[in-house]
Design a protein around this ligand. Sequence first.
Ligand SMILES: NC(=O)c1ccc[n+]([C@@H]2O[C@H](COP(=O)([O-])OP(=O)(O)OC[C@H]3O[C@@H](n4cnc5c(N)ncnc54)[C@H](OP(=O)(O)O)[C@@H]3O)[C@@H](O)[C@H]2O)c1
Length: 246
Amino acid sequence: MEKVLIITGGSKGIGHGIISAYLANHYHIISISRTINKELANKGVTQIQLDLTHTEQIGIELSRIFSLLDPTKVERITLINNAGTLGQVNTIDNIEGETIEKAVRLNTIAPLVSSSMFIKLSKNWPSQKSIINISSGAAQKPYFGWAVYCSTKAALDMMTQAIAIEQNDVENGVKIIAVAPGVVDTDMQSEIRQSNKSSFKDIDRFLALKADGALNDTETVGKEIYEIDHNPDIQNGAVLRVKNKT
Ligand SMILES: NC(=O)c1ccc[n+]([C@@H]2O[C@H](COP(=O)([O-])OP(=O)(O)OC[C@H]3O[C@@H](n4cnc5c(N)ncnc54)[C@H](OP(=O)(O)O)[C@@H]3O)[C@@H](O)[C@H]2O)c1
């Protein structure tokens, strides 16, 4: 029997930390992102190159992945919707429509479409099935200059809760949860620290967290997410936050 993880955005950052944790627990891993990570290729991770803003391609890729798996041999299968973007940091009147749309496609439409396909394709599978949406504290707290990011992450939390009540009605349905990873030391955080104070008023807090060494590291966050995925006490539809370093 095998255990399978399908993850978006595994090439670096939090996704890479999640992959390390699942690899250590002998998962067969399929990662979807725009670039290939050679180190992960050497470790046997299957990588599919796809720009997830092309949401019409997601169904095709997931169907291909499922066609290569044998449901009678898969004891657990997890989808982690991790790929995301901060998008352009500015007040909403200063961001072009096309730029807004691209961020919404990656942060909200891609997870909706991949969750829909995952549930459909695994419907008659006897395996244990789960979806984890990587959310953010910004789903609950508004930040000046982050209207697009905050709203796309809030949508992720609500989609998690709405899909969970649908799946509660299904025999051997999919367990779906959302997890905010805290403030993690990745390229996204360096991008945040490069914002202008006029377009992102909270920048000092993020500069101070880095200077104080208070950021979570990707490997620790990956392990916590693995443990959350395997914790039977966590309810379907839960919206959680990993423990902060500070
Ligand atoms: N870092 C934090 O403090 C923090 C806090 C709260 C929530 N989060 C959330 O955690 C998740 C991961 O963030 P991170 O900090 O690890 O960011 P990151 O270091 O920038 O990594 C983002 C990942 O997403 C992939 N990705 C980006 N755009 C893509 C696209 N168009 N198509 C396919 N893949 C794409 C990237 O791969 P390629 O470049 O190879 O495509 C990369 O693997 C995001 O959803 C983010 O919102 C992060």
